[in-house]
Design a protein. Structure first.
Ligand SMILES: Nc1nc2c(ncn2[C@@H]2O[C@H](COP(=O)(O)OP(=O)(O)OP(=O)(O)O)[C@@H](O)[C@H]2O)c(=O)[nH]1
Ligand SMILES: [Mg+2]
Ligand SMILES: [Zn+2]
Length: 358
């Protein structure tokens, strides 16, 4: 049980699992998905498992069903050398983006996370504020708490000055200035992954996510690779999401650097990340004001009065439009599906009437 608690098996998961424990299942946590086969941490070490047939049927690919960080119920059938995932527990704190390969589906990146480290490098141009805003929207939406980690402080002259743009954007979010070389900020990061909790890393390739995980776990378990000389861009060294134990702490999930992070169902996240605009908007004349050319717009007024930067408003509008476009595509799909279903229904009704008429 001790080992399960380390993995984040707290009272919430225990309560969810109770009926499954009664049925003889064993709790386990997904640490990695390996070409269709989940790797799981249990109280008795790491095991490989297969997904039960009834779970396979409910979705096309394993990645759409299971995510790293998921808690599952495992069965070990007599005479089988491989365990079977029989149930997936409801998630809390799920990091989701729009599936880059599909128009209207979501992709779960990590499940059951308490803290997401939003990682950016101070070197090579400093903070990318647009990306930071987007990442914060997604993290707030997930239900996890974001913490910004600005890496490679050893490579720049004035880390504090370079961190300033992040402070402006990240309302109410802690910022840690870090260096894997000098050890600056490492303790602050470690404190954010206490025993029983789960953290995940998010950020572009080459910012130093795996390097940071190696420092936390005290061993060079993860492969890291130098960034390109000219522009400090990474080479996509990490290719899979994986969960690790932090000695004396909780667990941390390393992720591959992601180029695109499209929003998904991020209404709530947008409101929290842009709480300043949200608050101003309470005084707009129209409830659904987009703060563009509407009369009586309190947000436009704030820009005119110099209380809000035009850039901040532009960011909000860009993210807002992305959400609107996503919703429109989903509505369109829903309408098309309804039309198809209606046609089938019509045909059924006609057939029924014909048969009755006989
Ligand atoms: N000087 C310095 N270099 C660092 C620091 N952190 C990471 N690096 C270097 O940055 C390069 C990229 O680091 P990685 O840890 O592989 O980056 P990553 O974010 O995991 O990249 P992907 O796996 O591609 O997403 C490596 O050469 C690291 O040694 C730091 O704090 N200071
Ligand atoms: Mg990496
Ligand atoms: Zn307005």
């Amino acid at each position: 049980m001790e080992d399960l608690a380390r993995l984040g098996y707290g009272s919430r998961v225990e309560a969810l699992f109770a009926p499954l424990a009664d049925q003889g299942f064993e709790p386990a946590r997904v640490t990695r998905l390996d070409r269709g086969m989940p790797l799981l941490a249990t109280a008795h070490g790491v095991v490989r498992a297969e997904l039960a047939v009834h779970l396979m049927k409910s979705a096309p690919g394993i990645d759409t069903r299971l995510a790293v960080g998921d808690w599952v119920a495992l069965a070990r059938p007599e005479g089988h050398d491989i365990s079977i995932v029989e149930a997936i527990l409801p998630r809390e704190g799920t990091f989701v983006r729009k599936d880059p390969g599909a128009e209207t589906t979501a992709q779960v990146l990590v499940a059951n996370v308490d803290t997401v480290f939003v990682v950016q490098s101070l070197s090579g141009g400093g903070v990318n504020d647009r990306r930071l805003e987007r990442e914060l929207v997604l993290v707030w939406e997930s239900g996890a708490t974001p913490v910004i980690v600005l890496t490679k402080a050893d490579l720049v002259d004035d880390p504090e000055a370079l961190a300033a743009p992040a402070r402006e954007i990240a309302l109410g979010v802690d910022i840690i200035i870090e260096s894997a070389v000098t050890g600056l900020g490492l303790e602050q990061v470690r404190e954010r992954v206490p025993y029983g909790q789960t953290a995940a890393l998010l950020g572009s390739s080459g910012v130093g996510k795996s390097t940071l995980v190696n420092k936390l776990i005290g061993e060079d378990v993860l492969e890291t690779q130098e960034t390109r000389a000219g522009d400090d861009k990474g080479r996509h060294t990490t290719v899979t999401r994986e969960l690790f134990l932090v000695p004396g702490g909780g667990v941390i999930v390393d992720t591959p650097g992601m180029r695109g992070l499209a929003l998904w169902d991020s209404e709530e996240g947008l409101s929290v990340a842009f709480a300043d605009i949200e608050q101003l908007a309470e005084n707009c004349r129209f409830g659904d004001c987009r703060h563009a050319a509407e009369p009586g717009c309190a947000v436009q007024q704030a820009v005119e009065d110099g209380e809000l930067t035009p850039r901040r408003l532009e960011s909000w509008q860009r993210l807002r439009s992305e959400l609107d476009a996503l919703e429109a595509r989903r509505d369109q799909r829903a309408r098309a599906e309804k039309k198809r279903a209606d046609k089938v229904m019509q045909r059924e009704i006609k057939r029924f009437q014909r048969e009755r008429g006989r």
